[in-house]
Design a protein around this ligand. Structure first.
Ligand code: NAD
Length: 485
């Protein structure tokens, strides 16, 4: 008799792969096939305690390596990602449901870039000196914090996991990290690559499990001095309520309800193509996706026609097929949430212009969680569908008459993560960008990223900024030393 063993996604603690203390495992499903393909550790406080201990032991030597020595190790990790890019891309697609095209051209190259970027950023950073007068000189040092916690979501699993741990490690901290329980596979493979690349044991510890158990144990642990979290706004609120009374440093990257603002002078065909990409890339499961498309009334009809045509080009299908442009949503529960918002839109007076339902894909994906790219018109900016984050392939179109009205609509939600402005008028583009309540504004483009720039949101989209020197600042403590000369 042949026994086929299921893949067990174990914790990585102190340089070893370990089973959880609970001896319990959670199912990991491929959302494109609705089949379980792995089990992931259901870790609890005991596993987190061990991970924190391992990180504390590793901290004195890791934090006192030279920047060049840390850089070399992290560049070796980046090289390992490159070497194993195909395997990682396939794992990401199987775990999340995203297209292999997306994971191999965006997610995995970006994970490699995150490691390489922060590995080299630390070689070029500087600190300030303030000469007060002829007798007094102040200089600032920046030191690693100690053990830090990094918690990431399921939508861009390895991309966002590395976006946090790369600056944390580069700055000299030791990390206890938890990927989403829905998409743990690439973080598991990544921990193996770190070991192969020579990252010393205990410098990075990866614990898997549920947010309310393992995640919360990281937040509550008194020796975890800073928390970098990316996920939903409600979770961010819970985390802040636990971490703030302990005076932990906190970086929160939360939800969004982003506007794409299209003025009448924007070229219709090209803008419709790019705005559709902003709405539906990665099944609309990117916090930066433009899910509210505001269009100047004088071009509303031809623009919406072009947008419907572009929306329908997002072919839903098997994520492994080259021709597929939209894969599966991450889980059955998430698919049901997205479909419930489409139904809500109808009760709120909306008209579905494209999509609007679950898609049954033939072959191995017949049970997968696919939803057609959906465009809805006829809703007011204040209805729930236009105020709440759906985080799926659903976008709405709303006409506006004036620049002021467009800005008011864009700013009308509790969120403030990203926005895009589409216009040929340079001055208007700048003017509107300045008035938008948003951490990031793209003008005539979307998701063009430079890793040196500040990344994050305002209002309920988050607290703090990631990226470039902002991330290194977050993961270090500044000290001012004043010298009497
Ligand atoms: P989520 O908040 O449910 O989970 C995120 C992570 O937090 C997971 O690892 C989860 O296990 C963990 N978690 C859950 N409860 C916890 C708790 N009480 N204590 C500690 N950890 C806990 O979010 P999600 O559904 O995985 O991701 C989708 C959300 O993430 C969306 O709202 C999206 O906008 C947001 N997001 C934001 C950004 C950004 O940069 N602003 C980027 C990507 C995703």
């Amino acid at each position: 008799m042949v026994f086929l063993s299921v893949l067990h996604i174990r914790n990585y603690i102190g340089g070893h792969f370990r089973d959880p203390h609970s001896a319990e495992w959670l199912d990991v499903e491929n959302p494109a096939t609705a089949q379980r393909y792995a089990l992931v550790a259901r870790s609890t406080r005991a596993d987190v305690d061990e991970a924190v201990q391992a990180a504390q032991q590793a901290f004195p030597s890791w934090s006192t390596l030279s920047a060049k020595e840390r850089s070399d190790v992290l560049l070796a990790v980046a090289a390992k990602i490159r070497e194993h890019a195909d395997e990682l891309a396939r794992a990401e697609s199987d775990d999340n449901g995203k297209t292999l095209r997306q994971s191999s051209t965006v997610d995995i190259p970006r994970a490699e870039a995150n490691m390489a970027f922060f590995a080299t950023e630390i070689l070029h950073s500087e600190t300030a000196t303030h000469q007060t007068d002829v007798h007094t000189l102040n200089y600032t040092t920046r030191s690693p914090i100690g053990v830090v916690g990094c918690i990431s979501p399921w939508n861009l699993p390895l991309y966002l996991f590395t976006w946090k741990i790369a600056p944390a490690l580069a700055a000299g901290n030791c990390v206890v990290a938890k990927p989403s329980e829905l998409t743990p596979f690439t973080a598991f493979l990544f921990s193996k690559l770190c070991a192969d690349a020579g990252l010393p044991p205990g410098v990075l510890n990866v614990v898997h499990g549920l947010g309310s158990e393992c995640g919360q144990a990281i937040i509550e642990h008194p020796d975890v001095k800073a928390i970098s979290f990316t996920g939903g706004t409600a979770t961010g609120r819970t985390i802040a309520s636990i971490a703030a009374p302990q005076f932990k440093k906190l970086s929160l990257e939360l939800g969004g309800k982003n506007a794409s603002i299209v003025f009448a002078d924007a070229p219709i065909a090209e803008t419709a193509r790019k705005v559709a990409r902003a709405a539906f890339t990665n099944q609309g499961e990117i916090c930066l996706c433009g899910s509210r498309i505001l269009v100047e009334r004088s071009i509303y009809t031809p623009f919406v026609e072009a947008l419907v045509a572009e929306t329908n080009k997002f072919t839903v299908g098997d994520p492994l097929e080259e021709s597929t442009r939209m894969g599966a949503l991450v889980s059955k529960a998430h698919m049901e949430k997205v479909l419930s918002y489409i139904e809500l839109a109808k009760t709120e007076g909306g008209t579905v212009l494209a999509g609007g339902s679950r898609v049954r894909v033939e072959g191995r994906c017949s049970d997968g969680y696919f939803v057609a790219p959906t465009l809805i018109d006829g809703l007011t900016e204040h209805c729930r569908v236009n105020q709440e984050e759906i985080f799926g392939p659903v976008a709405t179109v709303i006409p506006f008459d004036t620049e002021d009205q467009a800005i008011a609509m864009a700013n009308s939600t509790p969120y403030g993560l990203a926005a895009s402005v589409w216009t040929d008028q340079l001055q208007r583009a700048h003017r509107v960008a300045h008035r938008l309540e948003s951490g990031i504004v793209w003008i005539n483009c979307w998701l063009v990223r430079d890793l040196r720039t500040p990344f994050g949101g305002v209002k309920q989209s988050g607290v703090g900024r990631e990226g470039g020197t902002e991330a290194l600042r977050f993961f270090t403590e500044a000290k001012n030393i004043c010298v009497w000369l």
